[in-house]
Design a protein around this ligand. Structure first.
Ligand code: SF4
Length: 335
């Protein structure tokens, strides 16, 4: 029985692609990339929505964390960025290389993707689709079942591992054919399109661009961009203020040694995380902002507990809550 590795996001297109190939008697293993840039923050385990989608299709799944690789591509894209901070062509070539590595490990015969010709402006056009296959060293071995009949036959088709006549010739951005096919094939659960990658989200892309303009950020810094209100204190230092209870807990879970946690001592309010230089001036600015977003915002002064993660003694400083002009001056946001 021929075997294939499928790049699998769990979205409609990749589910359909896998289904079309499984139904031709090919043993498929799904390879799913997870990262700080993916919208789902679900743990990559059996309850992950993508794992559930693979289970419904009856195929095994392997997760790979690609956070640091993607960040390196964002910082230094050899094929440029899309409309946000998305290095889609580099990213597709990288994922195909990962699939090639998996093929080598498992002895699989070819790779399957859910791409549709012309569906995405940057990476799903003919030339980049050929280029990424070449860069991954997979010429003839990447089968795109949803648009295969608009592309030259691949080795799996030429060798009769799959029947080209049972593949599709989709092209363009309309998703109606996929939705119709999903209904015919009994695929009922799939996320809405374009819901996966934060690098194409304008707000996230702005924050990331702002961060990288100030310093050479790493993956934990990017993880912070996913939540809270962000304030610039100096070139190396930011304060991130949680917007709700869930974000308070999440922010605390992302704290590293050396970060500073701030919270109003006597009023209900958010948790703030300061990352960078915890100098007195920065600490006081973060404390003022913390007070501004709590119930003590109209008080003349507010006591704020200050705890440096990994240090012995917490402290307390008293500040006047930030005024609106300080909020506007320091807040990092688009437009
Ligand atoms: S949208 Fe994001 S995950 Fe998808 S190819 Fe582009 S950079 Fe990669």
């Amino acid at each position: 029985m021929p075997e294939a590795v499928a790049l699998f996001s769990g979205g409609l297109d990749s589910q359909l692609a896998v289904k079309l190939i499984v139904d031709q008697g090919v043993a498929v293993e799904c390879l799913t990339a997870v990262s700080v840039f993916h919208q789902s923050s679900a743990e990559p385990d059996e309850d992950h929505p993508t794992a559930r989608a693979a289970r419904r299709l009856g195929v095994p799944i392997t997760f790979i964390d690609v956070s640091s690789d993607m960040l390196a591509m964002v910082k230094n894209p050899s094929h440029g960025l899309g409309s946000g901070m998305n290095p889609c062509i580099d990213c597709r070539a990288f994922l195909l290389r990962k699939a090639a590595e998996r093929m080598a490990e498992t002895g699989a015969d070819f790779v399957v993707t859910g791409e549709v010709l012309g569906q995405r402006p940057m990476s799903q056009r003919g030339q980049p689709m050929r280029q990424v296959v070449r860069e991954a060293g997979l010429e003839g071995l990447v089968l795109r079942p949803l648009c295969a009949r608009r592309l030259p036959p691949t080795i799996p088709e030429q060798r009769g591992w799959v029947d080209r006549d049972r593949l599709l010739g989709l092209e363009g951005r309309s998703r109606k054919p996929q939705i119709k096919l999903a209904a015919e094939l009994g695929i009922e659960e799939y996320p809405s399109p374009a819901g996966g990658c934060l690098l194409t989200d304008p707000g996230f892309a702005f924050r990331l661009g702002e961060l990288l303009a100030h310093r050479d950020a790493d993956v934990p810094d990017v993880a912070l961009l996913r939540l809270g209100r962000h304030f610039r204190l100096d070139d190396r230092t930011k304060a991130v203020i949680a917007r709700n209870e869930a974000e308070c807990r999440r922010l605390e879970s992302l704290a590293l040694d050396g970060d500073v946690r701030l919270e109003a001592a006597e009023f209900t309010g958010p948790v703030t995380l300061l990352r960078g230089n915890p100098y007195d001036e920065n600490l006081r600015a973060a404390a003022r902002l913390t007070a501004k977003y709590g119930k003590g915002r109209d008080e003349p002064s507010v006591a704020v507990d200050v705890t440096q993660i990994g240090a012995a003694e917490p402290g307390r400083i008293t500040v006047r809550p930030a005024d609106e002009s300080e909020v506007q001056r320091r807040m990092i946001r688009r437009g």
